[in-house]
Design a protein around this ligand. Structure first.
Ligand SMILES: [Cu+2]
Length: 160
């Protein structure tokens, strides 16, 4: 391969992997398409996004912090016998090396318990994602009615 060609190829690769608007980078992690739904003050809010781990080691999302609610937890929804329930994920959620996990309706989500103010469409809700390596990602959830187009499939499905 000629040197010139190699340089051109590198440039193309760099362009195609450039972060999209609304992506948050934290080392080898990318947090994509962070969003929430409208909700009233005092109610619980949600948080959805996809975490992509380009690194060679798994990373665990341990906890979440937000000034927007009394407290924030990581939950997983599941359906058993037609009944949907939610469970707090006290051990966090592992993002596999070279993989991704979607926080999406029906699966993993952030639960913002006791919203201090109403969340209206178009607003941004600040949350801090705390990972097991001690690093924190500041993310804004875009309040909207429907999932962003092209959002990854719910948690549990892996993409290669
Ligand atoms: Cu929940």
């Amino acid at each position: 391969m000629s040197r010139l060609f190699a340089i051109a190829l590198t440039a193309i690769l760099a362009a195609s992997t450039a972060a999209q608007a609304g992506d948050y980078k934290l080392g080898q992690l990318t947090i994509r398409q962070a969003w929430s739904r409208p909700a009233q003050a005092g109610m619980n809010g949600v948080g959805f996004f996809t975490v992509v781990n380009a690194g060679k080691t798994p990373v665990t999302l341990k906890s979440v912090e937000t000034p927007a609610a009394g407290k924030a937890e990581i939950h997983q929804s599941s359906t058993k016998g037609g009944v949907m329930s939610m469970r707090r994920q006290d051990n966090g959620v592992v993002i596999p090396a070279g993989g991704q996990v979607a926080f999406a309706p029906g699966g993993y989500h952030l639960m913002l318990i006791g919203l201090k103010t109403a969340q209206a469409q178009g607003q941004k809700v600040p949350v801090t994602l705390v990972f097991d390596n001690g690093r924190k990602a500041q993310v804004e959830l875009a309040v909207q009615l429907a999932p962003p187009s092209g959002q990854a499939a719910p948690a549990g499905e892996h993409h290669h």
